[in-house]
Design a protein around this ligand. Structure first.
Ligand code: KG4
Ligand code: ZN
Length: 439
């Protein structure tokens, strides 16, 4: 289609967006006419209320997000009913904002995609019931989204990444390694046996009272650890990477968290202050001395002088643990011809993937294995509406999981990703050659 530039009196080829705006002014339905797919994505699985409108070429037409991080930092963690209430208060405004900035009218949407699994039940419920009402009003198809699938596919909105590729998802609620063979075709190679790395970093940050640190007060726990680690020495404390003997691709972070907890308690005692409580007379009544009689220890909320060293050491140990499991996953996939021998792609996403130190550790692994490391930019690594809308586009294009009747749609707080072959990975017992982690 050509458009006329009236001022210049010439015809020109307009951008897709201009064409789209032009057609809309005539009340056309370009979504059907030009097969130009537009998806509204809605995310409420945890503590972010997010929405976005994305087209099939990956253009983000509109986006809005309301983060609850500040509120949860004050309560020392996510309190599900509080998260639910905040989602309720914000969802309408956030969806409206994403739609109005996109300049797409709701009737022009091809579908609505919403996270329905896994996540906090109370949070998922808000997004799902809001979406189902919208779907009903607008008479649009509904695409239920797996939160981790969306994290895994985000990279394809930005880069031309073909299947299969390996994905490492590391966030506050999840930790897994999977082979992505298609839009909804995943082989699970390993996962955390207890908590996720982001959860562990959040707990360590809370234990160190980093929210009281002037430089970290508004940061998530993981981000605060990364920030403070730059001022510390990673080898000041010698934390052993977890699961060194288990030759699989599973992860564990609770043991490390407990070791750090013990160190913090010990350091709090060591850095404790002696208060001059009273003047006491001791053994020799003739000798009157001012002595410390009351041992107080460091006050809760005070920052330890060794906090930066602890942050550096926990970040380093976490990076080494994640790097080693990922290295084994690459070797396993190559051994089984599940990935190409050279130029295989490793995608790293999830909130913890925005950690540059961990990314560098993974870069050492990909360099040693002739793989390409790809990470979405930090704002697309953490929860957002764009990844949900994009997952909707991917599913629309592949014709997968598009519902025209939403009866019986439920949210699922727990939901594995793909086919679990982690036992087979463990049985292969692949020995990972040591790498120098010079970060
Ligand atoms: O993906 P995400 O936004 O939410 C889910 O958990 O699904 O990830 C949030 C997690 C939090 O635990 C947060 O502390 C962590 O990601 N995180 C980081 C960094 N930024 C956020 N962890 C390490 N380094 C960071 N720079
Ligand atoms: Zn997430």
């Amino acid at each position: 289609m050509l458009m006329l530039n009236k001022a210049a009196g010439v015809f020109y080829k307009p951008s897709r967006r201009k064409t789209y705006e032009f057609l809309r002014s005539f009340n056309f339905h370009p979504g059907q006419l030009f097969l130009h797919k537009l998806v509204l994505g809605i995310e409420t699985s945890c503590d972010d209320t997010a929405a976005a409108v994305v087209d099939e070429t990956g253009n983000v037409l509109g986006e809005a997000i309301h983060s609850q991080t500040e509120v949860h930092l004050k309560t020392g963690g996510i309190v599900p009913p509080v998260a639910q209430q905040l989602h309720r208060e914000n969802i309408q405004r956030i969806v409206q904002e994403a739609l109005s900035t996109s300049k797409v009218s709701p009737s022009e949407l091809s579908a609505i995609a919403t996270t329905v699994k896994p996540g906090l039940a109370l949070s998922l419920g808000v997004g799902l019931s809001f979406s189902l009402q919208l779907v009903d009003q607008l008479k649009k198809p509904f695409i239920p989204i797996h939160h981790m699938e969306a994290h895994a596919l985000t990279i394809r909105l930005l880069n031309k990444v073909e299947f299969p590729f390996l994905v490492l998802l590391i966030s506050g609620g999840h930790c897994l390694l999977a082979l992505v063979r298609g839009v909804s075709d995943f082989l699970l190679l390993g996962k955390s046996l207890d908590i996720a790395p982001g959860d562990m970093l959040d707990k360590v940050a809370r234990r160190l009272s980093l929210v009281k640190h002037p430089e970290c007060s508004t940061m998530s726990g993981g981000k605060a650890i990364e920030h403070l680690a730059k001022q510390g020495h990673k080898l000041h404390f010698d934390f052993k990477p977890p699961m060194q003997r288990a030759k699989n691709c599973d992860f564990s972070f609770t043991g490390l968290q407990h070791v750090i907890d013990k160190i913090i308690t010990q350091k709090e005692k060591e850095e404790g202050i002696f208060l001059i409580g009273r003047v006491g007379k001791i053994s020799n009544p003739g000798l009157c001395l001012k002595i410390p009689v009351c041992f107080a220890g460091i006050q809760k909320g005070q920052i330890l002088s060794s906090a930066a060293h602890i942050a550096a050491a926990v970040q380093h140990t976490t990076a080494c643990h994640i790097a080693k499991r990922t290295h084994r996953a690459i070797l396993f996939c190559k051994q089984r011809d599940l990935l190409p021998q050279s130029k295989a792609v490793l995608v790293v996403s999830g909130g913890v993937a925005s950690n540059l130190y961990i990314r560098k550790a993974l870069e050492i692994v990909t360099n040693a294995t002739q793989c390409t490391l790809l990470c979405p930019p930090p704002r697309l690594c953490t929860d957002n509406g764009i990844m949900i809308a994009w997952n909707g586009i991917e599913r629309l294009r592949a014709g997968l999981g598009i519902l025209y009747n939403t009866e019986g749609v439920r949210y699922e707080p727990k939901c594995p990703l793909g086919v679990d072959i982690s036992k087979e990975v463990g049985e292969a017992a692949i020995k990972v050659p040591p790498l120098k982690m010079k970060i």
